[in-house]
Write a protein that binds this ligand. Structure first.
Ligand SMILES: CC(C)(COP(=O)(O)OP(=O)(O)OC[C@H]1O[C@@H](n2cnc3c(N)ncnc32)[C@H](O)[C@@H]1OP(=O)(O)O)[C@@H](O)C(=O)NCCC(=O)NCCS
Length: 163
């Protein structure tokens, strides 16, 4: 199947909601999902669509200050994991953040102190595409949900950039 990367459009949001609904281990809180989807309406965001123009995966960004950008939400349809779609989405995020003048890209995910296999695979993914763990907070989301902040410098060419 052919996959195409493009900026996310308002019409894509229902498809993004379906992707989140198919990943309840990561996106099991309806109010958090609604906030993520709402953020996609105004934030820079990218989608990968399949040959039927269905959403295969997406990433939404958030700018906190001019020097950095955060991956606010990202997800790939479960049946399409490990096909390189997540890497393409991160590459799009890197390119966008660089062009916007950011020097850092960061992302927050569950930390190893509240270990589970699902988030272990998420952390492996982020490490694989170039993020390093910066610190883990036991207070930001509470002691039952450690928050790991991961960061990537955008100052030099990334080895993960597509040719
Ligand atoms: C994390 C996620 C976005 C990755 O997307 P993906 O398209 O499957 O990832 P890719 O195929 O681009 O993987 C790139 C590399 O990351 C690493 N990786 C990805 N998934 C992995 C896993 N489950 N276990 C170990 N390494 C993994 C691998 O090194 C992989 O390269 P390889 O397949 O050549 O070995 C996707 O698995 C997902 O939607 N997970 C559930 C939701 C989630 O975790 N969202 C993010 C934060 S809440």
């Amino acid at each position: 199947m052919t996959f195409t990367l493009r900026p996310l459009q308002p019409d894509d949001i229902a498809g993004c909601a379906r992707v989140l609904a198919g990943l309840p281990e990561w996106f099991g809180r309806p109010e958090t999902n609604a906030a993520y989807l709402d953020g996609l309406r105004s934030a820079p965001a990218f989608a990968v669509v399949d040959g039927n123009r269905q959403i295969a995966g997406f990433v939404g960004l958030r700018a906190h200050d001019p020097g950095s950008m955060e991956i606010d939400v990202m997800a790939v349809r479960r049946d399409l994991h490990r096909l390189g779609i997540g890497r393409r989405l991160v590459t799009a995020a890197i390119d966008h953040a660089r062009h916007a003048g950011a020097r850092w890209l960061h992302v927050k995910t569950r930390g190893p102190s509240t270990f589970d296999e699902d988030y272990e695979s998420t952390r492996r993914f982020y490490r694989s595409v170039g993020f390093d763990p910066l610190y883990e907070s036991q207070t930001e989301w509470g002691p039952d949900d450690a928050a790991l902040v991961m960061v990537m410098s955008l100052d030099k060419e990334s080895s993960n950039d597509e040719p």
